[in-house]
Design a binder for this molecule. Structure first.
Ligand code: GDP
Ligand code: IMO
Ligand code: MG
Length: 423
């Protein structure tokens, strides 16, 4: 069997959690391969709403195996809180959730370093989620990290060494802090972690594939936040692109099957950094209000704008997307016309490819399409789609060169329409 990968194509928050939950019945295994509690994946069903941060979104659908892969960074204290809340709401997970021993641990001092580095950057700050993501991946790459498997051997010494190193840096940055509470919760999280199946996920995933089991990989963040291909330096610290699933789980590139690319019918971004199609006017505000565009983790206002097909085409290319999924169509229900950015104007010249830098002087070139002016939220089949909506889908498919196979028309699991059009 091959593994399918689901990836955000924009700046995150495309609706990955919702769709992974919807697709899970078709798979035996759901796995996260990068990121950590910077993610906030929202699922809604049977009148309940859940926000997952480190736990894969396949946890609610029957007895599926859920895996946290080696590419993920894990904060034991946040993980404990998340897992205990799920268990308390009637979703036991200890037997179903397997965690890679090679996943790296976010230490309390990593969170402090995240805050200290951001403060030191002043106006140039990234606007991180403050979860210690960057410093943890920095330690991983510089060969100073502590991994989940380390909690089983000689752990106190490793922790003390890492903490001392971090404290030296914090001191040099004149950063004041009190670790007492955070450290207590963190060590409780470490003890809690020991109750889970700690595995070599590369062996596990490859064995499951060899046994004919189907695996869905759940991306976090989005392609425009990728450490290599995103709007650097305003990015996260992991490879959010499709290749990240290979390194973040230990599967070979020739094991990748379908790549689901997920995007909103418009575009949002949270945190700092360039965003060519951002709207600063009433339209942007309307999209934010109608789409409830506030961060699932931080509650921060998300910046809103029109869909950017230059950036989306780039994402489709680097991810090798085979199927597209369009989310939050309903948010545009009331608009007379809808804009789509098809090119950038840079120094008076029009370009249709994603350039090295989008930080300055990039102006979007738009085409305008008629709105559908229809309540999409109650639709159950593509046969009900209004003409203008179909025209928008066809336009996007032509621009991106990949079929749109799923359309989401509301936050609930049920508000999801599969399209059966010929490929
Ligand atoms: P993720 O990080 O990609 O999983 O996305 P988030 O959960 O951070 O943000 C997506 C938000 O949009 C959540 O509040 C979802 O409940 C909501 N949502 C998902 N799909 C739809 C949709 O089709 N329509 C509307 N109106 N909301 C949606
Ligand atoms: P999901 O999985 C949206 C953004 C932060 C910041 C930058 C770096 O829910 O789509 P970090 O804490 O990772 O060092 O922050 O990346 N960011 C996200 N934006 N959705 C996310 O995750 C994000 N995870 C990180 O706002 O700009
Ligand atoms: Mg999110």
């Amino acid at each position: 069997m091959k593994i399918d990968v689901l990836l955000g194509l924009q700046w995150g928050d495309e609706g990955k959690g919702k769709v992974v939950d919807v697709l899970t019945p078709h798979y035996d295994v759901v796995a996260r391969f990068q990121g950590g509690p910077n993610a906030g994946h929202t699922l809604e069903f049977e009148g309940q709403k859940y926000v997952l941060r480190s736990i894969p979104s396949g946890i609610f659908q029957g007895d599926k195996v859920n895996i946290i892969g080696n590419g993920v960074v894990l904060d034991p204290a946040l993980f404990k809180a998340e897992a205990e809340a799920l268990e308390a709401s009637g979703h036991p997970l200890k037997e179903r959730l397997h965690i890679s021993k090679k996943a790296h641990l976010i230490l309390p001092t990593h969170r402090l370093l995240d805050a200290a580095y951001e403060a030191a950057k002043g106006d140039a700050k990234v606007g991180t989620t403050g979860k210690g993501i960057g410093p943890t991946y920095t330690d991983k790459i510089s060969r100073n990290g502590i991994r989940v498997g380390d909690i089983l051997h000689d752990f106190d010494k490793k922790y003390a060494q890492a903490k001392a190193r971090h404290e030296q840096i914090l001191k040099s940055l004149n950063f004041e802090y009190d670790l007492t509470e955070a450290e207590k919760a963190w060590f409780e999280g470490i003890e809690y972690l020991k109750q889970f199946h700690l595995v070599d996920s590369e062996h596990e995933v490859n064995r499951l594939l060899a046994e004919g089991k189907s695996v869905l990989c759940e991306g976090a963040q989005g392609t425009m936040l990728d450490i290599d291909f995103g709007s650097y330096p305003f990015v996260t610290s992991s490879n959010t692109v499709c290749a990240g699933a290979c390194t973040g789980l230990g599967v070979a590139p020739n094991k990748i099957g379908d790549v689901y690319g997920i995007f909103k019918a418009y575009c949002t971004r949270v945190g700092a950094g360039p965003f060519p199609t951002e709207l600063f006017d009433e339209t942007g505000k309307t999209i934010r209000d109608l789409g409830h565009e506030y961060g699932a983790v931080t509650g921060r206002e998300r910046r809103c704008g029109w869909i950017d097909l230059v950036a989306l085409k780039y994402a489709v290319m680097v991810d090798g997307v085979t199927r597209l999924i369009m989310m939050k169509s309903d948010v545009l229900d009331g608009f007379d016309t809808i804009k789509a950015c098809v090119a950038y104007r840079v120094n008076g010249e029009e370009i249709d490819y994603f350039p090295f830098d989008i930080a300055e002087g990039v102006e979007p070139v738009y085409v305008e399409l008629p709105g559908w002016k229809t309540d999409m939220t109650r639709m159950t089949s593509e046969d009900e789609f209004p003409e203008e909506f179909n025209a928008y889908l066809t336009f996007l498919e032509e621009q991106l060169g990949v079929p749109i196979k799923i359309v989401s028309v509301g936050p609930d699991r049920e508000q999801t329409i599969v399209r059966y059009t010929e490929e």
